[in-house]
Design a protein around this ligand. Structure first.
Ligand code: SF4
Ligand code: SF4
Length: 486
C-alpha cells in the first residue's frame, strides 16, 4: 500500500509515544511502532495499527488523499467554530460594592457605601446598545460585581430592556446569569430571577469552616450560613439543579479537596471546577497566606480527580469541570466556548466585560488589572466609542494576533497545542509580555500537568473510567447515556 503521512506532534508518555495531529486526533504507539511510523516503514506495522492510523487521519492511501483532506478541513472548521459567532458572552460589572470582604477577592470589591462604583442607567443603556450591535445570535449577559444584586434597579433594567429589544429579532436568543455570593436575597429578588429565567452562579469554598475562613461578611455573620439558606431557597424555587458554584482553591482547602467535594455533594452540586488561585486583586496582596506552587496544585488536583472518579464508580455522578472541558477538546471535534482553551484566545472575541463606568475590557482579568492601575487592555468606553472602535480596535487585534498557539514559540511544537489555548493577559501579568515565556508560565505548567494526568488515563483505556469521562463530556450520568451498554 502506498501511504503518505500528515504532520503530527508527538510526546513521550511513560514508555509510549502520543501522536496528535492538527485536528486533535490522537493515537498511542509503542517505541517500535513509533520508529516505523517516523521512518515510514508502514509494512512493519500491524494491520490494526494501520487501520487506527488511517481512521484518525495520520496516514492516508494516495488514492484517498483528496477525500481525507476534505475531512480534515471539516474537522478543523468544527474545532474553530467559535470564530463564526464573535462576542456572545457579555459580562457587566454592575457595582464594586459587596456585602462580603473575601481576602482573595479578584474583583477588588468596595465597601457597602461606595455608591460611586454603581453603574448608572445612562451607562447601562449604552452597554445594552453595544451588546445588541454584536453580530451573534446567542447573547448571554452575565451580571458581576462586587455583589451585582446590590445595584438591583439597574440589574432589573438590563433584564427588562434586553427582553424588550430581543423581540425585534427572530433568530436571536437571550440568556442571563447572575454571579452572586448568595449572602442576601430578598423574596422579591428571587421571584424576579425565577420569572425571568436568570441563571444563578455562586461560590463555595467547602465546609462551613473553609468557607467562612476567607469569605467574610461585613456584618460579622457567617457567610456560609447565609449562603446555604439562600441556596436552599433558590433550589426550592428554581429546581434542584438550578445553581452552579465556583471553588477558589487556597492553601487552606488545597490539602483537603476530598472534604470540599463531599461538601459539594452534600449541598446538591453535581460538579466542581478546581481552579487555581489567580494573581489579581486582593489575592496578590494576601499571596503569602493564600497561595501555593503549581506543583503542589497539580499533586492535589490529581488526588482530587482520583477521588471524584472513585465516587463516580460508586454511582455518584459528579464532574470535575476543567477535566470535562479538556476531555471535550481531546475526545470530540467541538470547541468548548472556554476562552482560555481556544486558539486564538477568546479574549474579546468570545466574551467581553463592561465595567461600571462604561470601560470595556476583553476579559475579567483585564478589568482586574485595570483596577490595579494598569489600563493596557482597555478596549474603549461605551459612551465615547462606537462598537467598531471598541471591538475592531488595536487591543483586540493585538490579542488575537498573539494568541494563536499554532504559531507561538514552544506551543507550535507542543503535542498538547490542539487541546490547549492562550491566556495573553495572564502572561502579561507574569512577564509584561502578552506572548510570554510559555514553558515557564504558570498557565503552561498547569495545563501541561493536567493534560499529562488526563492523557495517562486515556492511555490506560480502562472501559469504566472512559465511560465516566464520556458522561462528563455529555454532562449526563452514565445510566442516561448508553456508551457502556448499561
Ligand atoms: S469575591 Fe465576590 S463575594 Fe467576595 S468580596 Fe469579592 S466580589 Fe464580594
Ligand atoms: S501553553 Fe504549554 S501546554 Fe499549552 S500548547 Fe503551549 S507549550 Fe503546550
Amino acid at each position: 500500500m502506498n501511504y503518505i503521512y500528515y504532520p503530527y506532534y508527538f510526546k513521550k508518555i511513560c514508555d509510549d509515544y502520543l501522536l496528535v495531529n492538527m485536528v486533535g486526533e490522537h493515537i498511542f504507539l509503542n517505541s517500535d511502532e513509533f520508529k516505523f511510523m517516523a521512518c515510514e516503514k508502514y509494512d512493519k506495522l500491524s494491520d490494526s495499527k494501520i487501520m487506527e492510523l488511517v481512521s484518525r487521519n495520520f496516514i492516508v492511501e494516495l488514492e484517498n488523499r483528496e477525500f481525507t483532506e476534505d475531512l480534515l478541513a471539516i474537522k478543523l472548521r468544527s474545532r474553530k467554530d467559535f470564530l463564526n459567532y464573535f462576542t456572545s458572552l457579555h459580562m457587566v460589572v454592575l457595582t464594586l460594592r459587596c456585602n462580603c470582604i473575601c481576602d482573595y477577592c479578584h474583583a477588588s470589591s468596595a465597601g457597602l457605601a461606595a455608591f460611586n462604583t454603581d453603574m448608572n442607567f445612562e451607562i447601562a443603556k449604552n452597554v445594552l446598545d453595544k451588546i445588541f450591535e454584536s453580530p451573534t445570535s446567542e447573547i448571554k449577559i452575565e451580571f458581576q460585581g462586587g455583589e451585582p444584586s446590590l445595584n438591583w434597579d439597574v440589574l432589573k433594567y438590563f433584564v427588562l430592556d434586553a427582553e424588550r429589544r430581543i423581540k425585534f429579532y427572530n433568530n436571536r436568543y437571550l440568556n442571563f446569569v447572575i454571579c452572586t455570593n448568595l449572602f442576601s436575597l430578598s423574596d422579591e429578588q428571587l421571584e424576579f430571577l425565577v420569572k425571568h429565567n436568570v441563571e444563578i452562579s455562586t461560590s463555595c469554598d467547602g465546609t462551613k469552616n473553609m468557607h467562612d475562613l476567607h469569605r467574610k461578611s461585613y456584618d460579622g455573620n457567617s457567610s456560609y450560613d447565609n449562603f446555604v439558606c439562600n441556596l436552599n431557597r433558590v433550589r426550592k424555587s428554581k429546581g434542584a439543579n438550578s445553581c452552579d458554584a465556583l471553588l477558589t482553591v487556597t492553601k487552606d482547602n488545597l490539602y483537603c479537596l476530598d472534604k470540599v467535594i463531599d461538601e459539594y455533594i452534600y449541598l446538591g452540586f453535581h460538579s466542581v471546577f478546581i481552579r487555581a488561585l489567580n494573581p489579581y486583586g486582593y489575592a496578590i496582596k494576601n499571596k503569602k497566606e493564600l497561595s501555593y506552587s503549581t506543583e503542589e496544585f497539580l499533586e492535589q488536583y490529581e488526588k482530587a480527580l482520583n477521588y471524584i472518579l472513585s465516587l463516580n464508580k460508586k454511582g455518584i455522578f459528579f464532574i470535575e469541570s476543567y477535566a470535562a472541558l479538556l476531555f471535550q477538546r481531546i475526545m470530540t471535534p467541538f470547541s468548548t466556548g472556554f476562552v482560555d482553551l481556544q486558539s486564538p484566545s477568546g479574549a474579546g472575541i468570545a466574551g467581553a466585560i463592561y465595567y461600571y463606568n462604561g470601560d470595556v475590557y476583553p476579559t475579567d482579568e483585564a478589568r482586574m488589572l485595570a483596577e490595579m492601575g494598569d489600563q493596557s487592555f482597555k478596549m474603549g468606553n461605551v459612551q465615547r466609542n462606537t462598537f467598531y472602535e471598541i471591538f475592531g480596535g488595536s487591543v483586540i487585534k493585538n490579542l488575537v494576533e498573539n494568541s494563536c498557539v499554532e504559531s507561538m514559540p514552544e506551543c507550535s511544537t507542543c503535542a498538547y497545542s490542539p487541546y490547549c489555548g492562550a491566556d495573553p493577559i495572564r502572561y502579561y501579568v507574569e512577564s509584561k509580555d502578552i506572548i510570554g515565556k510559555r514553558p515557564d508560565s504558570e498557565f503552561c505548567r498547569k495545563n501541561k500537568g493536567i493534560l499529562d494526568i488526563l492523557l495517562k488515563f486515556i492511555k490506560e483505556n480502562d472501559m469504566e473510567t472512559m465511560a465516566i469521562f464520556w458522561s462528563w463530556v455529555n454532562r449526563q450520568p452514565m445510566e442516561e447515556w448508553e456508551i457502556c451498554g448499561k
